[in-house]
Each structure stands twice: as C-alpha cells, then as structure tokens.
Design a protein around this ligand. Sequence first.
Ligand code: PDD
Length: 286
Amino acid sequence: MSRVGYVNGVYRPHGEAVVHIEDRGFQFADGVYEVWSVMDGRLADFDGHMARLHRCLTELGIEIPMSAAALGVVLKETVRRNRVRDGLVYLQVTRGTASRDHAFPVDVAPTVVVTAKRLDPAKGRRAAGNGVAAITRPDIRWGRCDIKTVGLLPNVLAKQAARESGAYECLLVDELGLITEGSSTNAWIVDEHGKLRTRDTQANILRGVTRAAVLKLIEAEGLELEERAFSVEEAKRARELFVTAASAFVMPLISLDGARIGDGTPGPVATRLREVYLEQARREAI
Ligand code: PDD
C-alpha cells in the first residue's frame, strides 16, 4: 500500500505531495510542527500537542489554519489512508508561500502538511528493554526552544553525532555544564538519593507533552520529583537516566559518553513509568 501525504486540503501520493519553492518553511524555517504517536490507529496525547501547536503559532504570529477539531480529522484521515496502526503522524504549518523577503508577508495563507509513517513497536520495546546509549554535545540552539519550530539544524547535527557514535540520543549541555534536553527528547534522572529530576521549563527547552504526562504519572505514583537542572556529572552518577518524547515514550539510557549509568541496565523507575505512560496513552488515545 503506497503512502499518502496531505498538502493544503488535498491528499496526494507521497511522491507528489509537494509545496512551493518559495514556501517560507523551506526558505526561512518559518514554521512549526507537531508529532503525535499513533497507537492502534489512534492519536496519543491529542489535546496536549494541539495546545502546544496553537501556542507556538500564536507566538510566531502565524495564522491558525483551521480548528483543532478540523485538524484532528485531517490527522486521522492521513493515518487511515496510510494504514498506520503503530507509528507517528507529523504536522507542519508554515507561514505560507511568498516572494522571498525576511519580514512577514501580508495576506498569505499558511501551508499545512501532514504525513504519517509506520514504526515497528517491537523495535521500541526491544530498545527500552535493553536500554540505549547517549552522548553529549554543547547546546548551540537559539533562545526560544519553547517554540517547536522546524529550524532544527543544531538538533540534526547532535542526532547525527549520536548516530556516528552508535548512540540513540545526544543530550545537549549548556554553558554551565547542565543538561538542557535531548536533540529530540526531554531528559530525566533518578539521582543518587532516589529523587526524580528533570529540567524546569523556565530553561530554554521544549515543554514536552510526554514530559507533562509523565510528571502527572509521577505524582500519581507518589514518587519524589524536583524540576531542577542536573549536570553531566550528576547524570553519570545517577541511579537512572532516561528521556521522554512522543517518538520514544519513556526510553532508559544505560550509558552517557561511554560511562555506565547505574548497573548498566534499565532501572525500575524508568521501566515502571514507561509501562504506566503506555497504558494511559493507549487508553486515552483518540
Ligand atoms: N521531538 N525536546 C525536543 C527538542 C524535541 O524535539 C521533542 C520532540 C521533545 C519531546 O516533546 P514531546 O514529548 O512533546 O514529543 C523534547 C519530536 C518527537 C520530533 O522532533 O520528532
């Protein structure tokens, strides 16, 4: 079954689903995106991702292209047409197409693109069961990482560095030696005293939707948590290190820059949080 992409109101064969060469997403990375996990053909954390999309579009003064309900219909139809049971659905909204000029164009309709792809859930389960490696690199991104823009070049370079090291993720480190987040994930530790820690959202990080869901589960589980930065050294000394994202759920990291984390296997807290997150996300997916 061939893939289908949605572009501005039309579903097209994947290879023919194209935008204009003067689309501002292409020329200026002037656009935002969201990624939903697809579970049993349904979208996880639907409202959280939609709320962040609206906030990001508003922050950038990009017109809201359609209601959340209408966008939901398009996302689900794209999932259906691509016959995705387990995978990801991707939405990108750019400021639109206009003759190249840095300042915002007037009277331009936003460009809306949706794609969906299948993922093998067994692969994620295997990675989470064994744990995965991570490396670190300096965080060289701009100062508004709370906006989920398609301007991802520093993230791309960081992820590529991870791939070249045989690692799953690259954790980004600020000028104080504190971890901000992963190249496409939020980062967490269970520190040497057994307390969960993740960076606070006053810092220059993305406010992850999975992060927010996991925070609530931590409270429900009665676990101790502090939203406070941790250093690379603290991460290496931690009992557990893990990342969260729509594309990773809760993923245990068992090494950082070659140093073993804990006993070198996925820890009980990350394993439990993954289990309860998946249960809840599957139950609430729409
Ligand atoms: N990335 N931090 C960054 C820099 C991210 O790009 C992402 C998500 C996250 C986690 O956010 P959420 O829990 O809302 O998925 C944190 C997506 C999955 C991506 O770029 O593919």
